[in-house]
Write a protein of this length. Structure first.
Length: 159
């Protein structure tokens, strides 16, 4: 039986999770873009074909529609992902401030979150203490905010 490598459990390593998250985000954007592009282009080409039998006009309309659609999707994804990134940054800044101004309260909050996930009081407190000692903001970001170290990239989404 093969030995499990550290970080190769059910979720894989952090690097594998980041790559998978990036791949899935890109795939989502590609599927959405393709679907939107097909519907938009079909409507444009059918409309122009119904207005004129000129193949040159049809070709120009198709190329222009493709370019406009691609630029529109890229800009939309960039704005959407930038907004998500800014929201995450603001949430992390607030959490960082809370950790600096009320570390005991934040430790208690993290403990309660682990209790709510099914750990007994003693183990929940121990886990909260250990994670806080290692990376307090990372622990709170993951459990309280649902954020991991993987951050979205608006340029990648636009591409």
């Amino acid at each position: 039986m093969a030995q499990a490598r550290p970080g190769s459990g059910p979720g894989g390593s952090d690097g594998q999770q980041r790559r998978l998250g990036s791949l899935l985000n890109g795939l989502r954007a590609a599927v959405l873009g393709a679907n939107d592009g097909i519907v938009s282009m079909a409507g444009l080409v059918v409309g122009v074909a119904g207005a004129t039998p000129n193949r040159g006009a049809l070709l120009i309309a198709g190329v222009a529609g493709t370019m406009a659609g691609a630029l529109s999707m890229a800009a939309g994804e960039y704005v959407s992902v930038s907004t998500q990134r800014d929201t995450e940054r603001a949430a992390l800044a607030r959490e960082s401030w809370e950790l600096a101004t009320d570390p005991a309260g934040e430790l208690e909050e993290l403990t309660e979150m682990y209790r709510a996930r099914g750990l007994d009081e003693e183990l929940a407190r121990e886990v909260a203490r250990e994670l806080t000692a290692h990376d307090a903001l990372g622990a709170h970001a993951e459990v309280e905010l649902g954020l991991t170290r993987y951050r979205v990239n608006p340029w990648q989404a636009a591409g």
